[in-house]
Design a protein. Structure first.
Length: 372
């Protein structure tokens, strides 16, 4: 909701907000993602332009960590035209991002331009803000969606004796001002459109908006090249009822005080894979701890521990590593999923002359990162 929605009113990321995300826990998380993009850019032949496009960038922490890696590896990227494109609907969050990434040096664009705001990062890279992915200019792009898809609205469906019924929100006649869930009396258009005939679960959540965005990403990657990395709470078509609310880091009833809590539902990666419609190859989902291990988080942690002299910093590093990697914490509930051009995984002419081509480099994160 433009006026009463959570992200337009609050959008509470971080210690003082309603939930905390991996980039807020440790800088290592964003650094490893930055390395993933550079690794893929190199594997794809170092194209001369590189648009980093982030969907729902939160406070801008993740982008800042990635840009720090780009600066450290500026000699590698020296001949490449790098730009950052942030897709953000929240006016409040875009202000926070601008302060973090540019030191607040931004200018508002006129209404008729696709980007509503632009600036230059502290490391000298142009940054643009958009309200919709459709507004991001075409071109060779790497997309990032970290805890983005779980915030999009879902339809919920329940299998009953009479067939599938949609779960709807109603006003409780017993308690005025109170909302309740009810089952639709008959099939709704959503029931007819979103339930797959082969579905075996009794309760299903479908996020059509996520499907549309993945279709757009897949079309762009197929047309212009690049890749997309998606990281989120999720499952591979196995979970049922995952819709929940968070407020002040505690679970919150999703139907009480609408617009004041963060609402989330686990991402169904099997649905996203289907929605890519074969336009791109897909990898994953794999668990966050496997992805970060493959990206060399253990080595990075050792370096940081060796370079830190005070006990408090070392304890913080070990604590944040545990948060990210422990299967009981974030290690198993977060997943990584990628969209890549088909030629990144299979040589176009491999079928005819298998011996003619050198093997393609493995995709970092989904395989072990080869450090050259």
């Amino acid at each position: 909701s433009p006026s009463q929605g959570y992200y337009t009113r609050r959008g509470g990321v971080g210690e003082s907000g309603d939930f905390i995300t991996s980039p807020e826990i440790s800088q290592v998380f964003g650094e490893l993602i930055g390395i993933w993009y550079i690794s893929e850019w190199m594997a794809m032949g170092k194209p001369s332009t590189f648009q980093l496009v982030e969907l729902g960038p939160g406070r801008g922490t993740l982008t800042e960590d990635i840009l720090r890696v780009f600066k450290q590896l500026s000699s590698v990227l020296s001949k490449c035209d790098v730009s950052v494109h942030l897709v953000e609907v929240s006016p409040k969050l875009s202000e926070i991002q601008a302060a973090m990434l540019t030191g607040g040096k931004v200018q508002q664009n006129p209404e008729d331009e696709s980007a509503y705001m632009k600036g230059i990062s502290k490391t000298g890279i142009p940054i643009f803000w958009y309200r919709d992915i459709q507004d991001v200019p075409p071109g060779y792009s790497f997309y990032l969606a970290h805890e983005f898809f779980d915030a999009l609205p879902i339809h919920k469906f329940q299998r009953t004796d009479k067939g599938w019924r949609e779960v709807l929100v109603d006003i409780d006649p017993e308690v005025p001002e109170q909302l309740r869930f009810v089952l639709s009396p008959s099939r709704t258009p959503a029931t007819q459109n979103f339930i797959q005939p082969e579905e075996t679960r009794d309760h299903v959540e479908v996020c059509p908006e996520a499907g549309v965005i993945v279709q757009r990403l897949a079309s762009r990657i197929e047309r212009d090249g690049g890749a997309a990395l998606l990281a989120d709470y999720g499952h591979d078509g196995t979970k049922t009822d995952t819709f929940r609310g968070f407020r002040n880091h505690k679970l919150h009833d999703v139907l009480s005080a609408p617009g004041t809590a963060d609402l989330t539902a686990d991402v169904d990666f099997s649905y996203l894979r289907k929605m890519a419609q074969g336009k791109t190859a897909t990898l994953g989902p794999i668990k966050q701890r496997e992805f970060l291990k493959n990206m060399g988080i253990d080595l990075r942690l050792q370096v940081l521990l060796q370079n830190s002299s005070d006990t408090a910093t070392r304890e913080q590093l070990l604590h944040s590593y545990d948060m990210l990697m422990n299967p009981e914490k974030m290690g198993d509930c977060f997943n990584f999923f990628a969209l890549l051009p088909h030629h990144r995984l299979v040589h176009p002419d491999k079928k005819d002359k298998p011996e003619a081509k050198s093997p393609l480099p493995p995709v970092a994160g989904f395989n072990e990162l080869l450090l050259k």
